[in-house]
Design a protein around this ligand. Sequence first.
Ligand code: ADP
Ligand code: MG
Length: 617
Amino acid sequence: MAKKEKLAAETGEISIHTENILPIIKKWLYADHEIFLRELVSNGVDAVSKLKHLSSLGEYSGEVKGKVVVSFDKDKKEIRIKDDGIGMTSEEIKKYINQIAFSGAEEFVAKYKKDDANSGIIGHFGLGFYSAFMVSETVEIHTKSYTGTPAAHWVSDGSTKFTIDASDKSDRGTEIILHVDKDNEDFLESYKIKEILNKYCRFLPVEVEFEGEVINETHPAWIKAPSEVKEEEYREFYHKLHGYGPDPLFWIHLNVDYPFRLTGILYFPKIVNEMEINKGQIQLYCQQVYVSNNVNDILPEFLTLLRGVIDSPDIPLNVSRSFLQNDRNVKKISGHITKKIADKLNELHQNDRANYEKYWKDIAPFVKYGMVTDESFLDRVQDAVLLEKPDGGFVSVKEYTEANKETQKGDQDKVVILYTNDKDKQATYLDQVNEKGYQAVVLDHLIDNHFISALERKRTDVKFTRVDANVVDKLINPNALTVEVNKEQASVLEKVFRSIIPNEKVKISVENLTSSDIPAKVIVSEESRRLKEMMKAMTVMQGDKSTDDLFDESTLVVNVNNDLVRKMLILEGTRPELVKELAEQVWDLASMAQAPLNGARMSAFVRRNNKLMSLLS
Ligand code: ADP
Ligand code: MG
């Protein structure tokens, strides 16, 4: 057998042949070819910002107008981006342009950052200058440095080869000429360039001109100090971003320097209809350059229902989603915004209650959604949550609990918040609650079930109970004693009602209620109803909601303190058939207070009703 030879250890360097990598980068790095314009215009803006900066330091004494001009020539298949910024020497071209992924902007900031931490230099969006080759056969640069060295001309076809020679450019600055390739001739249209500029460059800090017009606003509201911006300007800016719908309700102006940089304005929109609650209405900027309208990985989901702008150079760009969500700066930023929103809500609640009540219906779904999904937000805003009263007006959770602590004192340790999720359907239950002097509130939004559970989990001092969850006396305290019922009578009534309600899931309970008005009432315990609603939500049941199904697990409470029920007891011995029909009538009426009867049951009810009425004559 041959002796096993052991391989000697070795270390080395993996080599990259750039000429193989470049075409791949060019083709695949950005799905969106249009960003070449963003990159080249921001480089022009940077060139101007740099020169202004040097001028402010006294290192340059010439005039700085500061402008980026974009133009195109469809016949020559050219797009040009020209600036009157800092320019480049031929040495600088070799250093900055010929080295892909070497950021000159970073170097500039590092060199001058002692002088001004907020240099406003955009830089670093990813591939930067090289993105020009995504749409070009060849790219030319004519540039003349502010230092007065001879103007230079650079040409490359995006391979690893380039040439540099003299340029006849006489004015300071840089002009980039793109010779657009066959596949990208779509970009040689006025509307197309306008559209791209309008998307990415609308708020750049240096004037950008296209077809003789300045297309951008260099000082958008969000970069100003909040004290400098008037209410009207905030509204105008909102409409600039989101068109001419209704005014926003209110807004917060973000302005942080440390420990991260963040500016922006977030608006609470007025919701005209629920369909309009669409996401993707917050625009993300980096140093006034538009990045995207996708902030889903940066903000908690509920905040994406807001509108407006956030701008932060500390949000990493062009990185994967999972990375973003775990980024420390992103976490801090999202935490900061959440807190600011909660502060604003509390401030309005305390200092501007009348307006806050006006806004409440519009913002309630948003606030509740936030509370359900973000516990720290729930902690912060729970005192600012309003509950609507059935006849108008609002009460906060805190006010409700404080006002009702006394009236509700019994053996329970929680304040019960009585609510209705359908004022019309539960009208009879609401009336009884009002007669008793209890306060009910309306919670009728889809989110309310979840909101209730979230709040109950958090606050051990409140419990929500729907007005139809029990007989009025026991709504607040289920263990409350009611007047005792004669056992014999109870068993007679139970037997009668059981004979007409064969469904064993409907329990029958004969009670002596303090109120004599109604003969019977269907109740569904809060716990079993919520459990059922949860299951329903999970299985997305479809088809008809027959009343029988709704009344599974419910209880028919028969009231012996009612005249009709007492008559039934008297007649039971002599006219059992009539008593049975009366029982059916009582059962149907009680059911109707919960939900409409299904077809067959409804027609039986009408027939029986007519028959019973004819007995009166
Ligand atoms: P970044 O902007 O992140 O530095 P780029 O690839 O976009 O990366 O640009 C590389 C460098 O080339 C810039 O930092 C700058 O030094 C130089 N440069 C590019 N465009 C211009 C321009 N219009 N004027 C002056 N210098 C420029
Ligand atoms: Mg750049």
